[in-house]
Structure formats: C-alpha cells, structure tokens
Ligand binder design. Structure first.
Ligand code: ZN
Length: 235
C-alpha cells in the first residue's frame, strides 16, 4: 500500500490529476484476493491470474477510455503490487497469464531469493512505510482520513488485511506482534488511520440520514414568517 501510494501520488503530481487515496490503496492489495481461493475451493492459486499484468490491463481498458490519464495513477497502484512488491519478494508470478504460464520474479532473473517475512523484505517494507508516512504528512494527504467521504468506506478491505496478520497472525503462523513487532506497529498504524476514516464517514452518514428532521425545523421556522407576512398584508 505504501508503494502504491508513493507511485500513485508521484504520477498524479506529474500528470496534474487528482487521486482518491483510499481507492488507490485498495487497488494495491486487490491482487491478493486469490488467497480466498484457498479458503473457498481448497485450491491455492496464489500469484496466478489476479497478479497478471495482462488481466490488469484488460480490466483497466474501459477506465483508460473513460478517464484517460486520470486512470494512470490507479493502474500504477494496482500493478505495483505484482510488478514491484511481489516481484522483489517471493516472485513466482504468472505476470503474462493467460498468454504465458511462465513465472516471473527477481529470483527467477538470477538474483538471491527474498522471501516474504525475511529480514530483507521486512526492512524494505518498513522503509517504504516510513517514506510513505512522511509523504502523507508533508503533503497533508492524511486529512482525507478525517473527512466523511463515502469512498472512505472501501478502507474496510485493507483494515481486514492489515489487521489480520498483525492480530490473529493469518496468513503467517504467528501474530506479527510476536514475530515482528515493529512491522506490526506499521500495520496497526494503517488500521487505526483507516478505522478513523470509516468511523468519521459513518458519523457523517448518520448525521445526514437521521439528522435531517432536525435540520428541516429551522428552515420551516424561517420560511414561515416570510410566507405569512405578505399574506397577512394582502388580507
Ligand atoms: Zn500478491
């Protein structure tokens, strides 16, 4: 998510377009939806079609036609997951599925393997987290998480994916709080930030839906004299 944010942010600056950060963050973790296949069908297909650049391109084609350059930061956010993150850590990506079943990654290119959960991978993740957090603060992008925007509700997806590894430990054998407490803190930071965004949005929606009757009353009161007065004069 940190990587997608940095890339998406950079691209939006260069292209002079606006980005919706919560949607960008969700797109960056979407390829890992294939983890669900293990649960639903008892058939692990991790790093398969959902990590394919061809599939990402096909999905994004209509968005490129409609939104043109505005879609580029989101596309970069999505493909950064496979093309950079997973490519460096773990590899074994079917990047060109369905055109090719070949697996890609840094290790497949002849470099030493960087496993998910290894010290090198954790260091990379933490570095990206620190840089992304600094950019989030300096650019004042953090303010989006304190606004009651409907699109903030999509953050329920990363909340589940960042909270699960750092609390119950899935997909690792143990909780990150025990194995990698510093990395767990980064997860909890995002989870807290996203929870604030969701709660703020829910509060705004609640006020909009259930606070309507109260809001109408003053309007009626202010309208009544302006309607009544000319009517009374006419009489
Ligand atoms: Zn992945």
């Amino acid at each position: 998510m940190a990587l997608a944010y940095l890339l998406g942010k950079g691209a939006s600056k260069a292209l002079h377009t606006k980005i919706n950060i919560p949607i960008l963050l969700v797109l960056s973790i979407l390829p890992d939806i294939d983890i669900l296949s293990e649960f639903l069908f008892n058939h692990p297909i991790h790093r398969g079609p959902t990590h394919s650049i061809i599939v990402a391109l096909l999905i994004f084609l209509p968005f490129f036609v409609i939104y043109r350059k505005k879609a580029i930061p989101y596309f970069l956010g999505l493909i950064s997951h496979s093309l950079i993150g997973d490519f460096i850590a773990g590899g074994q990506l079917r990047l060109l599925w369905p055109l090719s079943q070949a697996e890609f990654g840094l290790h497949e290119l002849g470099f030493p393997i960087i496993k998910v959960g290894s010290q090198t991978e954790i260091l990379l993740e933490l570095s990206l987290f620190v840089i992304a957090t600094l950019v989030l603060i300096i650019s004042k992008d953090w303010r989006v998480f304190f606004k009651g925007r409907l699109s903030n509700l999509v953050l329920i997806i990363p909340i589940t994916t960042v909270l699960l590894p750092s609390t119950i430990g899935y997909p690792f054998n143990e909780s990150l709080l025990i194995t990698e407490p510093i990395l767990a803190l980064a997860h909890i930071f995002y989870a807290a930030l996203f929870s604030i965004a969701i709660l703020t949005t829910l509060k705004t929606l609640y006020q909009r839906w259930f606070g309507k009757k109260d809001n109408k009353k003053p309007d009626n009161h202010t309208n009544q004299p302006t309607i009544k007065t000319p009517y009374q004069f006419e009489k």
